[in-house]
Ligand binder design. Structure first.
Ligand code: S3P
Length: 209
């Protein structure tokens, strides 16, 4: 008999066996991808706590390695320098799974990083609508890419360019402005649905919150 437990999206979160989920995950990292302000760090921390995993933020690790903030790296060395550091740091972090890894919004645009994530991780796109993202990034004006005369236009362009790439993530969780714990529930349900199927054979799964 096949050991199959497909969990439907409306099934109660409490019915999911997280030990079984972690066993199916193995040494892979849960890698959160998506645009700035989509909640990768906030949701990631809560997800890690819920699953008993370490939480690692790639941007913080880059800052630690460089002993500079992301803004300083952009200002003093430029974006290409930041991107190559980002690739190296994420490659190193991926060898340290399982963990919940929040990536910077541009990291998944690198083909090298994407293929390493496919090999050593389970990628989840946190898909958030434009208004929610703008409301969040306005609260923290530290993102170098949004230091433009028209941050809204810049964000629209970034979303248009990046969303087709984020969509290559193994899983997608769409959230509006709902509590972070609701997004965490949805991630766990979506992961269970995917991991409890034979051999992760389903190419891509989407869930809406
Ligand atoms: C970037 C997003 C930032 C940070 C850097 C570049 C991007 O991370 O890596 O400012 O290219 O979208 P967050 O997505 O955590 O804000």
């Amino acid at each position: 008999m096949t050991d199959r437990l497909a969990v439907s999206a409306d099934e109660n979160i409490n019915s999911i066996d997280t030990d079984r989920l972690l066993a199916a995950l193995g040494s892979r990292s849960i890698v959160l991808v998506g645009i700035m302000g989509c909640g990768k760090s906030t949701v990631g921390k809560r997800l890690a706590l819920r699953l008993g995993l370490e939480f690692v933020d790639a941007d913080s690790e880059i800052e630690r390695a460089a002993n500079m903030t992301v803004s300083e790296i952009f200002a003093e060395h430029g974006e290409p320098y930041f991107r190559s550091g980002e690739e190296r740091v994420i490659a190193r972090l991926l060898s340290e799974g399982p963990q919940v890894l929040a990536t910077g919004g541009g990291a998944f645009m690198s083909e090298t990083t994407r293929s390493q994530i496919t090999e050593h991780g389970l990628s989840i796109w946190l898909k958030v609508d434009f208004e929610t993202v703008m409301a969040r990034v306005r609260r923290r004006a530290t993102r170098p890419l949004l230091q433009t005369p028209d941050p809204e236009g810049t964000m629209r362009n970034l979303l248009a360019e990046r969303e087709p790439v984020y969509a290559k993530a193994a899983l997608t969780v769409t959230s509006k402005d709902v509590p972070h714990d609701t997004v965490v529930d949805q991630i766990i349900i979506t992961m269970a649905d995917y991991l409890f199927q034979d051999g992760d054979s389903v190419a891509s799964q989407t869930s809406n919150t």
